[in-house]
Design a protein. Sequence first.
Length: 589
Amino acid sequence: MRAEARFLVPFALYLGMRGFNHDIIGLEKFMDFAYMNAALQAPTVPVPDPWFAGHAINYYYFGHYLAAFLCKLSGVPAAYGYNLMLATIFASLFQLAYAFVAEMTRRLSTRISSSAALLAGIWLCVGGNLHGFLYGFVKPWLVSFGWVAPPRQAFLISDPTRFVGYDPQTADRLIHEFPAYALYVGDLHGHLSNLPGVLLLLSLVLCWLRAQSRLTHAFASLLPLALSAWLVGIFAMTNSWDALMYGSLLGGLLILAFVQALPTGLVASRRAVFQGLFAAGVTALTATPFLLNFHPFSAGFFATHTHTPVWQWLILYGLQTLLACLACGLAHKHRLEFLHHPEKTLLFALTAFGLACALVPEFIYLKDIYAPEYYRSNTAFKFGFQAFTVLTLAACIGLALFLSTQRARSARARVLLILLAELIAVPPLYYAWFVAQGGFGVWQERSWTLDGQRYLTQSHPEDKAIIDWLGQNAHAGQVLAEAVGDSYTFGARIASNTGLANIIGWPVHEQLWRGSAPEVWTRRDDVARLYQATRSEDAKAVLARYRVHWLVLGRFEKERHPTLNTALLQSLGRVAFQVGESCVIEIGG
């Protein structure tokens, strides 16, 4: 029952919080919900792009596909399934973090091992870096005493993820998110939906290392290795950055196995080579069907010309790095007293890997379309997210080893030791206060529900009626036309909430995914030409070019195009659905 409780309690806790923050709107939720609904609509893969009719999604979307699969399997509507998927990720992350750290420290006392495992689950799910404690707790006290100047604005829950380049402001602005913030925000992005897979991969790697150390049969350890390599292939479809990073981790461990096998003879060396080729083959076979329909849109890696100030880097990663390095030092000093070779090897690998992920953005970046001041922002985001995750796991192991290696000779010494450990844990866990405050502190103003489309019913009832009607009457593959909006706006609201493909969704996002393709802007201009048409021939040309079946005329279209000629557009087809001042026109109907 304890294992079940370690899933059900976090699951219920997150649902309680999410119920007050249920709306699937804001930030990039429209994108995630669009992909999820498109996957529900699609009879085959690759999934058609709901924001670029006639083309498949050119982004890693397997996490959205999995959410859609669970909705279809359970019969849960997507508007509820989106929030339930977030709760599932939250609970799975807690349970898997607990299990991993508990396994890594299983030779320690049960009390210390379970405490470290519990800390890992809490830290990853609701904890943060040191910024929240220093700027959200310590600095306000210093301001109240008049020792430091007041900040430009009150502390925000997003501040620990927008620190470098923002406070103080510079022309080198980074994003350095961590799981708790991503779960709080609720964007169902690949880096978040893949987190349980990351923890599962690390657990399988531990199983493989253990099998390597105790079995001599050539194929005895192939199952955990095959599953690990399969997951890396899945990562290519869920979050390609993770495939790059964790493929490198697994590859590094395979190279280490080969180097260690060299002195033992030709048979062991051949076995190590076979394992490496086998893992590469499994990963390639898993990822190839997706990669055949995916066109890379980055311009490659380049050297950075700016760097993070050391003091800011230490606030982001310093505590975890210190504890992880302490873990490695204690594991080396005490040999096999507390960790066997597999656990020790993986601990060293996690620490080195986490540090590498935290330092990579200081030297290289992946070039994209973002403005110069954000040139390495996405690289820091993706690498930093994984650096935080693995360094947190290693840090919790380090804290457990520290407690286990201290020979307290009196009850007082033991109490002081425990208090020291708690003081170390308080700063990163202080972020949980902001999560709870933001998640539950709105209960008096908001009703509790898991319906992510409640905001539509309350604030956009005509759009909600159109979405429901299209959900019942439109078919997969039919194209709709709706007004275009900028990223992070109400634009693409019909396609996002139905999964039907529109002519163009958020243009800047599509430009990123399609390598700055000029067709993105052509489509945007065509939609504007459609809604601003003064002659039916001009409008019909756009409709025919994209084979539009449904033409939406709602308040958003009229706001975006004040000169919109309702009578002209209605004459292009049959008014299939009318609600208030909005309608849906069936072209050719």
